[in-house]
Ligand binder design. Structure first.
Ligand code: FAD
Ligand code: NAG
Ligand code: NAG
Ligand code: NAG
Length: 514
């Protein structure tokens, strides 16, 4: 499928852009075949350097109607990466150098430069070896910095900055003509657009990131009854901690409350390592069998939620030095290992066993947290009145995250918007992952419910979509909630970076940028 790289630039480019293309193909998300992220791809260019990416864009820009989109690790959920026009994908995986490490002894912060394809675990390993970390501006482990910054990805915190872009100091962006433009964090229109750009200004090639001295942290978890959260001080449960979130078990009517904060490095010898998404094959087969039957039988989903809840109540951590399970909260360890961790060495990621998901994520002003969660509860209860039991079919429940306010044009946690809502205290994100059956039409049990829920929230609240966790329908319906002034300002910068629109995608089309 891919022409060999390293043929020399001229030859590669001729093959890339000038050859008439026999047949377009589909490009998939991390979930593989059956999960398209782009429908109409002419070729995938496995880029080898920033200059190589710029050369591909320059050559493409000389052609009429060319389209180019960057690709990181494919950790997105729906067919919203590209437009439906014939597109060249530029993969950043091999453009992954880390340089310019700068954290003088005793300094509170410093910086490092990563290329587009560097992943969170690559940088974490590099920084830990040098006594540093990126703090709380994180996402999951096998995701690129380019992809995260482009799409406004974030962790969960009200106290600390947790949007990945909030940790960026400078970016090099390859514009629509293949020229590299440096954008710095100076509050200019260019910066505010680049901070959450959806890849529409160009390929983010390099990012200068803020770093900090490495710390140890603890992780703790409590189980709360649903009514104590729905009627409780949700802001007060999250804001005191460096990072914190809730997981909702709607059938059990319970929440898990997870929170993390630093401890002195010399206060503990434990080196906890969090398991995010790894499973044994036996667990995977059991889960798949149960959840596939849950497409038809709600009792299977009820049982699944019962089991997942029980498993998720215990620490999902091992001691890194011995690989033994850690049995008790709190768990201690190095910043990245505890906040994110990764796969246990003897296990694989759930998607590698064919466990796939759908999701939907919307952000609301945190001041509306109780009202929003109560509205979702009402919608669950309306199903119950019809005799239909809805559950969470995901191993860690419904993921409720939070974000500190951070100003840019298209970010989920921006503020001072025309909706008049108070976003200044931060946001609550409702992220509802669900199992995608491997059988039949692959639709979920009571599929229409998920769409009703999304539509109701979008129509009744001033909520904003996560840029890679929603369908085209959700983007189209929620566009009315975005600030028209912000959209217009973004559009003006976009037109300046990419006048011919070679980076356009369906989200940009829905938002009226073309
Ligand atoms: C298991 C899992 C866990 C996740 N956890 C979180 C989380 O905790 N918080 C959160 O916010 N999100 C999370 N996400 C979503 C994820 O952060 C985003 O989808 C992110 O954009 C994926 O980056 P990627 O490197 O995989 O890029 P891809 O999926 O390859 O690309 C995503 C989009 O970014 C564009 N893009 C990629 N690289 C560049 C670049 N260098 N320049 C310009 N545009 C680019 C692509 O064209 C595409 O539109 C998760 C996703 C998964 C699957
Ligand atoms: C990370 O993603 C790449 C695909 O881009 C995949 O080949 C690799 O196995 C993944 N790593 C882990 C640990 O899942
Ligand atoms: C792919 O895009 C080209 C134009 O760029 C268009 O003519 C063709 O119909 C598209 N194919 C699909 C499958 O969308
Ligand atoms: C841990 O280190 C701090 C200084 O960083 C020191 O004040 C404290 O006494 C040390 N504690 C122990 C238990 O060694």
């Amino acid at each position: 499928m891919l022409p060999p790289t390293g043929l020399g630039l001229g030859v590669t480019l001729a093959a890339t852009v000038l050859t008439p293309l026999a047949s377009a193909f589909v490009y998939n998300t991390f979930d593989g075949p059956g999960s398209p992220s782009c429908h109409n791809v002419s070729r995938v260019h496995d880029a080898t350097s920033v200059e190589d990416m710029a050369a591909v864009v320059k050559a493409a820009a000389a052609q009429p109607n060319a389209r180019v989109r960057a690709a990181g690790k494919g950790h997105m959920w729906y067919d919203t990466q590209c437009s439906d026009d014939l597109t060249i994908i530029v993969r950043t995986e091999r453009v992954a150098a880390i340089s310019a490490f700068d954290l003088p002894a005793g300094a509170e912060k410093g910086s490092v430069v990563v290329e587009a394809g560097v992943t969170f675990f690559q940088l974490a390993e590099y920084l830990h070896a040098r006594g540093a970390s990126v703090g709380y501006t994180l996402t999951n482990w096998n995701i690129s910095f380019g992809g995260s910054v482009a799409m406004g990805a974030h962790r969960s915190s009200i106290r600390e900055d947790s949007m990945v872009a909030a940790g960026a100091l400078e970016m090099d962006i390859i514009d629509g003509q293949g020229l590299i433009r440096t954008v710095v964090r100076d509050g200019s229109e260019e910066w505010l657009a680049a901070s959450t750009s959806l890849g529409l200004l160009g390929i983010i090639a390099r990012i200068k990131l803020q770093i900090y001295p490495d710390t140890k942290v603890y992780a703790k978890q409590a189980t709360l009854s649903e009514k104590d959260v729905l009627n409780g001080d949700i802001y007060g449960m999250i804001a005191p901690y460096a990072t914190a979130n809730l997981w909702w078990w709607p059938y059990k009517r319970k929440f898990h409350h997870r929170y993390y904060d630093p401890v002195p490095a010399n206060s503990t010898a434990q080196e906890g390592f969090q398991n995010t998404f790894s499973l044994t094959e036996i667990e995977a087969v059991a889960a798949r069998t149960m959840l596939d039957s849950g497409k038809y039988l709600p009792t299977s989903n009820m049982l699944a939620e019962e089991i997942f809840f029980g498993l998720w109540s215990k620490p999902n951590f091992r001691e890194k030095t011995t690989n033994k399970d850690i049995e008790h909260w709190p768990v201690y360890g190095w910043n990245y290992d505890v906040l994110i961790g990764g796969l246990y060495p003897d296990q694989k990621a759930e998607w590698d066993y064919g466990l796939r998901g759908y999701t939907m994520e919307l952000a609301f002003p945190v001041t509306m947290a109780n009202k929003m969660l109560k509205r979702v509860r009402q919608l669950f209860d309306a199903e119950l009145k019809k005799g239909i039991v809805m559950t969470s079919t995901y191993r860690s429940g419904i993921n409720i995250k939070f974000g500190k306010a951070y100003f840019d044009l298209l970010g989920q946690v921006t503020y001072n918007t025309a909706d008049g809502a108070d976003w200044s205290k931060g946001a609550i994100m409702f992220d509802f992952p669900s199992y995608r059956p491997t059988v039949g039409d692959e639709k979920r049990f009571n599929e229409p419910f998920y769409h009703r829920l999304a539509n109701t929230l979008i129509d009744e609240f001033p909520c904003r979509p996560h840029w890679t966790k929603n369908t085209r329908d959700v983007f189209a319906r929620s566009a009315k909630n975005l600030d028209p002034g912000h959209l217009a300002r973004f559009k003006a910068v976009r037109a300046q970076f990419d006048p011919k629109g070679i980076y356009r995608n369906v989200i940009g089309e829905i938002l009226g940028f073309y």
